[in-house]
Unconditional design. Sequence first.
Lengths: 307, 272
Amino acid sequence: MTIYLPIAEMSVNILVILGMGAAVGFLSGMFGVGGGFLITPLLIFYNVPPAIAVATGACLVVASSVSGAISHFRRGTLDLKLGTLLLVSGLAGSTAGIGVFALLRSLGLLDLFISLAYVLLLGTVGSLMLIESLRALRRIAKNKAVSLNRPGQHNWVHRLPFKMRFKKSKIYLSVLPVIAIGFLLGILTSVMGIGGGFIMVPAMIYFLRVPTGVVIGTSLFQIVFVTAYTTMIQATLNHTVDIILALQLMIAGVVGAQYGVRVGQRLRAEQLRALLALLVLAVGLRLAIDLVLTPKDIYSIVTGGHA
Amino acid sequence: MSRFPAVAAALRLLVLSLSLLSTGAFAVERQTDKVRPPEGIEIGMSTNEIAITSDFTGADLTIFGTMTNIDDYLQQIGQYDIIVTLEGPRVDTTIRRKERVFGIWINTEQMTFSAVPQSYSMTSTRVIKDIAPQQELASLNVGIDHIRLFAANYFGDIAALDDFRQAFRRQMLDSGLYQTNPGGIRFVSPSLFRATLKLPANVPNGVHMVHAYLFKSGDFVMETKLPLRVVKTGIEQSLTEAAYGNSFLYGLSAVIIALTIGWAGSVIFRKD
């Protein structure tokens, strides 16, 4: 059963797309991530043009993050001031990222850049997560207490100027690292189609020393708005959002996520992180192999000049 | 495309009457003047617009035509040949070449050919190299090998240019956008013919041009052409138009759909 994707200009098997959406939804529910960093490479493996995969991935993250964002907002488990600062810088980053995206596309380097960025990001994050979770697992085996957050300790981040008080998080912090994180993740949303939760959450915990209770809510708040904005801009300027593709992925993803959450609640956090790390590394490795293997045809005709 | 048989029937009538008229005129002329007027070719289609639904998987397009003022003897021994082509809308097309840099395959070179037809379908009475000499076909730009690929801003070496041109033609043939159907022209009567052109599944939108070329004993006689508008219809087409024409609203709806589905999912599956 095939369905034609009007923007990607290709026919795809609807069952494959639904399966992909359900699998990524399951994993994102299980690990509590948006899933953009999984769906974009999967779509690229399925020969969806990387530009379309990235923009559609951003659209998908909107759907997978909104319900979490609403429930955190209702419970008040977010720092609105910190979230707004991250959001404003995220919007600026996303706008800059779209510019980079369009420029790379015109130079014919976009596909390569997306793959390289994924290899780099997935490789780094996957390795770090694997090392960290293995250490935690070993510590648990030795029956030692696990301490993720070490409040009271200060690092160089807390010596930066332009400090601002974030009441909800009970921290007094320079705005510079906050703006830098928001901006960087905004760029990544544009060029990689990710919400960036799996980068933002550790960055806020380890780097900014934000209390873990408000971290998830604050990052989801930022991600929903930045990915929604990026989807809008991608659709308006680059015409790369495929609504038919996004629709199938979203519906399957939302259903898959419900089951993922249930499974995730039964597994231990350290085991979950180790599994996610292995998955991230596998995806990164596959992309790296594709970059090195000799392509079927070294020539490619550029499509997308629409009347 | 169930509409083609009806079209064909209507065309047959039209063209038959046309050819009757012209042979009548020819008979009169022959009595008064021994000099034979030059041969001509005319083609007709019942419509100048084809609507294609989004589940379209390719089809045959039938074109009727007639040759005028032909010599019956020459026709009997097969000295007349016809080539019919359907050229898609012309756009500047870029082709890129990858090279291995530090172990990674990167697009390093690119070339833009000016005003290249997005699709090209050809049919003929015989294989075209048997119809006319290469130079003749090349000067008319007839045949996939003779479509003009002019790289406007390229000043590099000629060998690379040739590689790009070959790669372009190969890929267009592979994708089905360029195709040939030698022997797809049949004579219904000595002067009336029927040409069957293949429309690929991915036939581009826009104004196509049907060209018909008449050859006599390997020499080009004349050419005639007719425009054909290809309009895609259906939900996918409306979405494509929205994505390019109303891109802001398209993006806004994408976001609203995403928000709705994400929110609805959590409501439907809520445990409490």
